[in-house]
Write a protein that binds this ligand. Structure first.
Ligand code: ATP
Length: 426
């Protein structure tokens, strides 16, 4: 059984050994649980650890962090703690049971045994534990046939009220189904359908929905996840007006394609919030004012909401780029937009805008002037209020005429200055 832990990094193995000794000395029972166990069995790489303590998780994490010489954060109201270790995160939680009083609302929790803790989990494949205590070290605890379901590639809930207790599990089920290429076990599929028929997702707070949707859109190849939700549930649970059509699904595939294309072919690699491009694709089905309200309801950060809003707003006006335009017009049109927005337009309008957008990203986006206001001052240009206009016009000239040197910029600036001064005189 110890072999289950063989794929962990040496660092993690050492931490688990330390945890094991500490647990024995404190008389606590300690387990690795949930997705980590699933991923270890599937021989996937594990980045973070989830540890359940039958005892006080905060006390345990505090003592372990002392031993490791690391800091830890405690969350008293949840009975949980986190130790950050190098780039990794180790979460500790006190074993607990959950009682759902109202659909979609977070449950009341109380300390419990590992058996009860495993029973509160979403799917059998996520309801296994590995013991970390002395003699049992490495022993798999699989009370719900999770191991068998992993082999059969099944997503199966632990009890029939599972999706009603917590409808976000419907989205989690889809996430694991698509990520691992698994199937819903028959009864689980029926329970999903019946929960959806009773509009279960509408009872979930927008913030919890957002968390699940964002997690899904951060998976690789999100378009198949979107397609799956569309066929199974639709997106009315976000807003009744969101009704995707086949042509919208095609856009998501094109977004995926354009992101791959972008990574492979476009010269500059920047950090992208790719999930926002997909989310914009879903929310773009709404009128502009509803987009604003929905991003607010979902509790998106200001910057995230602004990107989605500008995509929706620019959707029609950006079409003007369809016919070939001079380079500085392409620049002027696209420069105000984030890279996420530009890639969305690229996918949305396909070949109509492809050439101009690629041209912008490859050749224009990073063009900057070599000269600044001080250079204009040195040339004795007056009044100062003309400077921003001169520099703006100069940038467009540079883009259109492909000026390379500072000297070329200075002589163009001179001509622009002369023109503007003439206008002022008249
Ligand atoms: P991922 O690989 O996406 O991180 P994970 O299974 O580790 O997946 P987490 O959201 O980190 O998912 O949750 C850790 C564990 O907590 C899960 O494996 C599952 O056992 C349990 N869990 C998480 N969310 C729920 C839920 N909504 N209902 C029941 N159990 C849950």
């Amino acid at each position: 059984m110890i072999n289950r832990l063989k794929n962990l990094s040496v660092e993690f193995k050492n931490i688990l050994k330390e945890s094991s000794c500490l647990a024995d000395s404190l008389g606590f029972k300690v387990y690795l649980v949930g997705g980590v166990v699933r991923d270890l069995i599937l021989e996937k790489k594990v980045f973070d650890l989830d540890i359940v303590v039958q005892g006080d998780a905060i006390v345990f994490a505090g003592k372990l962090s002392e031993l490791l010489g690391e800091k830890f954060q405690r969350h008293h109201s949840f009975g949980t703690a986190t130790v950050n270790f190098n780039a990794h995160k180790i979460d500790f939680a006190t074993a607990r049971t959950e009682i759902y009083s109202k659909q979609g609302v977070l449950p009341k929790v109380s300390p419990a045994s590992i058996t009860e803790d495993l029973f509160r989990r979403d799917f059998t494949i996520n309801a296994m534990a590995i013991s970390l205590n002395g003699d049992d070290y490495g022993k798999l605890i699989d009370l719900h046939d999770g191991f068998l379901d992993l082999k059969k590639k099944f997503i199966r809930v632990l009890h029939e009220k599972s999706f009603l207790d917590d409808p976000t599990r419907i989205l989690r089920a889809i996430r694991f189904e698509q990520r691992f290429n698994f199937k819903f076990e028959d009864e689980t599929y029926k329970l999903i359908k019946s929960a959806l028929n009773s509009d279960a997702l509408k009872f979930v707070s927008h913030h919890r929905l957002r968390d699940e949707i964002v997690l899904m859109l951060k998976e690789s190849n999100p378009s198949k996840y979107i397609k799956r939700i569309h066929h199974l549930a639709g997106f009315c649970f976000i807003n009744g007006q969101i009704k995707l059509e086949q042509k919208d699904l095609d856009v998501f595939f094109r977004i995926e394609h354009s992101l791959n294309h972008y990574h492979k072919r476009l010269k500059k690699h920047r950090i992208l919030q790719a999930y926002l491009i997909y989310l914009a694709g879903i929310l773009c089905k709404l009128p502009l004012d509803k987009v604003k309200k929905t991003t607010y309801d979902l509790g998106l950060k200001k910057g995230e909401a602004a990107i989605i809003y500008s995509i929706r707003k620019g959707l029609l006006s950006i079409k003007t780029l369809k016919n070939y335009k001079t380079p500085h017009i392409i620049y002027k049109t696209l420069k105000p937009y984030s890279l996420e927005s530009i890639l969305f337009f690229y996918a949305y309008y396909g070949k109509d805008l492809k050439r101009n957008i690629e041209f912008f990203l490859n050749e224009l986006a990073d063009i900057k002037l070599k000269i600044r206001g001080n250079d204009l001052k040195r040339l004795g240009f007056k009044p100062l209020k003309l400077y921003s206009e001169i520099l703006k016009k100069l940038l467009y000239v540079k883009i259109d005429k492909r000026l390379k040197t500072k000297k070329e910029e200075l002589s163009s600036a001179q001509r622009i200055f002369y023109g503007l001064s003439q206008q002022l005189k008249n």
